[in-house]
Design a protein. Sequence first.
Length: 699
Amino acid sequence: MKSSETQLQNSTDGGPAEVHQTVETGAEALTTSQGVTISDNQNSLTAGVRGPTLLEDFVLRDKIFHFDHERIPERVVHARGFGAHGTFECTRDLSDITRAAPFQEVGKLTETFVRFSTVAGNKGSFDLARDVRGFAVKFYTDEGNWDLVGNNIPVFFIQDAMKFPDLVHAVKDEPDRGFPQAQSAHDNFWDYISLTPESMHMVMWQMSDRTIPRSFRTMEGFGVHTFRLINAEGASTFVKFHWKPRQGLQSVLWDEAVKINGADPDHHRRDLWEALTTGDHPQWDLCLQMFDQDFADSFDFDILDPTKIIPEELIPPEPVGTLTLDRAVDNFFEFTEQVAFCTQHVIPGIDFTEDPLLQGRNFSYLDTQLKRLGSPNFSQLEVNRPRGCPMHNFQQDGQMRKGNRRGRVNYEPNGFEEGPREDPLKGYVSYAAPVEGAKVRIRAESFADHYSQARQFYISQTAVEQEHIRSALAFELGRCEQARVRRAIVGHLRNIDEDLAQGLADGLGMPELPPPATAARPTRQDLPASDALSILKNGPETFAGRVLGVLIADGFDGTLLDRLTGAVTEAGGKVKLIAPRIYGARDDRGDLCEAQFSVAGGPSVLFDAVAVLIGPEGEAALAAMPQAQTFLRDAFAHGKFIGHAMAEKLFEAAGLQGKADDGCFDLGLVDDGETVDAFVSRCARLRHWSRDGLAKAAP
Ligand code: HDE
C-alpha cells in the first residue's frame, strides 16, 4: 500500500495551505475534494474482490458526483466560441470627447478578454458554418468592466428586440426533428426572413463571404448599434465602433468551407491557438465613427436603426487604439465558457442610445448569465471580476459567494461610517437625454426603408463577390423544400437588384420571376457604392499570418525547400509540410524531413497557397495517390497560387496537364531564388481570381 506525507507550504494567495506530496515520487498527491489523499484511483471499494460496491465509498461518490455535474447550459446563441486574452493600447487621446478610462492618454494599456463565436450552431458544431461571427470584447478598465458585445457584420437582422426569440427559433434546428444544426439553409429560416423584410440588408452580408471567414484573425468586428461617448462636461457624441484587422480581410470559398468542416472542424480555434502560441499576435485597430445630432438629423436613415450602416465615405472611422491578442487561455472552461458578456456593462463615458434592439439586449444578458452560471455571483469569477479597479459594495450571500464584507455593517447609508460610499463626481451618470411621448407599440417611420442599403451593399461588391452571393443564395434556397419560400425571397431580391434576382431564379430553375415584394419604401437607386463593404477590396497586401502548404515526396530538392521556407518566413508566413505519410520524406541530400500532415490528413483547403516539391524517387508513387491528385486539383480549382518542382506527373494525374497558368510558378527552373521570391510575393494576393474554377463560384 502506498503511503503519503503532508507538508506545509505557502499557497499562491499568500496564506498557508496544505500541499500533499506522494512519498514515492514526490508528485502532488491526488485528493478528494475534501483534501483527503486517495490511495487507489482505479478500484471502487467492494465487499469481496468480485462483490458489490459499498455505499460508504466516499472516494468514488465524490469523484462521480462531480463528474455528473460538469456541464453548464450552453449559450442559447453563440454557443460555440473561442476566447483569448489581450491588451488594448490607446493611440489617440479622446479625453475631450469621452471620459471613458481606456481613452484618456496615448499609450494607456487596458487588459481585455475577447471571445469569438458562431451564432446558430451548438457548442459541438463546426467552425466553418456559414454564419455570423460574434466578436465580444471585455475591457477590464480602471473604472470598471466595459463589454463591447459585437459581431463581424455591422448590421443585424431585426430592428426590435421583440423579434429576437422568433428569429433565433427560426434559424436554429427545427423543433420536431432537431436539425439542421448550424445551418440557415432550411425552410424555417427563409420562411421567417421572407416575412421580415427588414432582414434583407443583413441577409446580403450573410450570403456574402463575410460569413465564411478564413480565420478569426481576418475578420472585422462591429459594435452594430449607435452608442454615445460622454465627456467630463456631460456632452454627448454619437459613436459606432469598428474593429479593423491589421491582418486584412480574408474569407474562404464555400467549397473550401464545406471541406474544411470535414477535415478540421476546429479550424478557426486551432488557427488562433497556433497564432497565439507561436507569438504571431493578431491585432485590430479600434476605429470610431463619431458624429453629432446635426449629422444624425441629416442622415438618410435613422441612426437608431440597427439594420443600417453609416457609410465610411460619409463618416470615416478614425483609429483610436489597437487591440493585440497576446495570450491563449490556459483553461477553456474557466475563461471561454464562463466569461459573461453583458451589453449593459458600460463605464463612465460610454452610454446607450434608444436603439430598440440595444435596449432589449440590455434587459436580456443578465438573465442569461444567471441561467448559465447559476449564481448572481458570476462577477466574482476570475474572467469576469473587474481587474483594473476594486469591487466594493454591500451585496452579499447567494450561491457560491465568497469574500462577503467583514464586520457589522452591510447597508448604506450607515451611521457607523463603515464601508464604501457613492461618489457623485466620479460615479456613472446616465446621459440626460430628453424623453417624452405616449406609451406605444409602433415602429418609427424612419425605420421603414428595408432595401436601399441592401442594394448599396450589393453594388459595392466586386463581380466575383456578387457571384458568390448569388451562389450562396442558390445553395441556401436550394435546401428549402417550400417553393413559396423560394419565390418570396426572389421577390424581395427584385427590390434590391433585378440581375441578382434573375440570376438566382435561373439558378433555381424558376420558370418565371415572381412579382417584387411589397415595399414600405421604394428602393433608392442613388446610394453610391462603398469600397469599405467589399472583402476583396480590403484584403492584405502581404502573406504575413498565412500558411503555405508544401507537399513533398522522396528525392525533393532540399535546398529549394530551405529557400522557400526562408522567403515565406521573411514575409511573415508559415510553412507546413505534407508528405505521402506523416513520417515525412527524404530530400535529395538524404535528410528526412518530418511532415505535419499526411496527404490524406492535410488537404489543400487548409492552406492559403501550396507548393508541390517532388523528387525522382517519389514522383510516380505520389502521382498515383488519389489524395495527392485531389490536393492539387482543389488548390487549382480554388484559385490558389501554386509553386511546383518536378510535379508534371502529378499535374497530369490530376487532370491539369497543360493548364498551369501564371498563378502557377515552376520553382525548379532557376535556382537563383528569383522565382521563389516572385511566387511568395504573389501569394500575398491570396488568389488568382482570373482562373476559371470554383473561386469564381459554382454554377
Ligand atoms: Fe446577443 N445574446 N442578443 N446579440 N450576443 C447572447 O448572451 C440577445 C444581439 C452577441 O461570446 C446571449 O451570454 C438578445 C446582437 C454576441 O459570450 C443572450 C438580442 C448582437 C454574443 C443574447 C441579442 C449580439 C451574444 C447568449 C436581441 C450583435 C456572445 C449567451 C435583443 C451586436 C457573447 C450570452 C459571448 C450572446 C441575447 C442581439 C451579439 C441570449 C435578447 C444585435 C457576440 O443573452
